[in-house]
Design a protein around this ligand. Structure first.
Ligand SMILES: CC(C)(COP(=O)(O)OP(=O)(O)OC[C@H]1O[C@@H](n2cnc3c(N)ncnc32)[C@H](O)[C@@H]1OP(=O)(O)O)[C@@H](O)C(=O)NCCC(=O)NCCS
Length: 327
């Protein structure tokens, strides 16, 4: 068994920023309603002509450059977590490989907004087992392309962006992933979904007319499900590892709604100094939210060698995943 080290980090945030006040001009909403219900003030939207693989590319290049300074050159796998792929076929990680021009295997992880945390488990397992030495792991979304801007209940929530980790094998087996827990409730698959475009309901003129090509969400039910599941799942993981909530140095939660994060913190008695949030700036960037938040917390020196980090995310599926990590 080996350990895992984060040898490079990168992010990319698109140039075009939309404020809540910008949204007030195109739909019946208000800055006050959005901020009070979600904690969001801004979101960024991908530039015309760019797609998820481009956002992934920009974040990946920064992470790879940093890893190269630590002597990391060869990447064995590219794992891309996304819910807004460039194409239905092939995987966006293949497109990213082509743009990077590096020789590596590639795969996508597609498990809702929890996809990056799932991908972190997969990448770490490859490295710990000795099957891989270096993995480029990216969470990237151009999810704005799936939004119906006349649906105020969903479109105000999301934003685009990308974050990347280079994960590398080290001999200290106590560093990297320590433990994880994951779960799915597929009976709630239609809480967050795009009804048409898959094999169940292929694209048709009717599906476009009925706006079934856009993301739909039962926001209130999502909220209730998350706050009833996540605290007990995090507690189970902490208990299993003989840890108390405030033994963790930094919590990186999926940035979906500040009220959800606050409810989890309150339930577990987590000190607010141990949580890094940036939902106000970027909204919910789906599979990109966890790596973007981690990048910012890391660059702000909120953590250092040997810090304990808990990554926690939930999303469409309904899926959730928690990872306990030692830097
Ligand atoms: C979406 C969410 C912000 C809605 O907040 P809520 O308090 O549950 O609000 P509701 O959906 O019950 O709507 C309350 C009212 O506000 C209205 N409303 C919805 N969106 C609105 C908007 N953008 N601006 C103004 N009013 C809005 C509704 O139409 C409803 O009006 P009504 O009472 O006249 O019918 C909240 O449920 C949420 O964030 N859920 C979690 C979603 C999530 O995390 N998704 C990501 C998972 S990865």
């Amino acid at each position: 068994m080996f350990g895992v080290e984060i040898s490079g980090l990168g992010i990319y945030i698109p140039q075009k920023r939309l404020t809540n006040f910008d949204l007030e001009k195109i739909m019946d909403t208000s800055d006050e309603w959005i901020y009070q219900r979600t904690g969001i003030k801004y979101r960024y939207v991908v530039e015309d002509g760019l797609s998820t693989s481009d956002l992934a590319l920009f974040a990946a290049k920064e992470a790879l450059n940093e890893a190269e300074k630590h002597g990391i050159k060869d990447i064995d796998y590219i794992i891309l977590a996304t819910n807004s792929p460039d194409y239905i076929i092939p995987a966006t990680s293949s497109v990213l490989q082509g743009k990077l021009g590096i020789s590596a295997g590639s795969m996508d992880v597609f498990s809702g907004c929890a996809a990056f945390v799932y991908a972190l488990i997969v990448a770490s397992s490859l490295i710990k087992s000795g099957l891989s030495k270096n993995v480029l792991l990216v969470g990237a979304e151009a999810i704005s392309k799936y939004l119906d801007w006349s649906d105020r209940s969903v479109s105000i929530l999301l934003g685009d962006g990308a974050g990347a980790f280079v994960l590398s094998r080290i001999n200290d087996k106590d560093r990297g992933i320590i433990d994880c827990n994951v779960g799915t409730d597929g009976s709630k698959a239609e809480l967050i979904y795009i009804p048409a475009g898959g094999t169940k309901e292929p694209f048709s003129e009717k599906s476009i007319e009925d706006k079934k090509i856009y993301l739909r969400m039962q926001g209130r039910d999502v909220f209730k499900s998350v706050v009833s599941i996540l605290p007990s799942e995090i507690k189970k993981l902490l208990d299993k590892n003989n840890l108390k909530p405030n033994d963790i140095d930094l919590y990186i939660f999926h940035q979906a709604n500040i009220r959800i994060i606050n409810a989890v913190m309150e339930n577990l008695g987590i000190d607010e100094k141990k949580v890094y949030n940036n939902i106000e700036k970027y909204a919910n960037t789906s599979a990109a939210s966890v790596p973007i938040a981690f990048y910012e917390a890391y660059r702000k020196n909120m953590i250092g060698p040997n810090s304990l980090v808990l990554f926690s995310a939930f999303g469409a599926g309904f899926t959730w995943a928690n990872v306990l990590w030692k830097l």
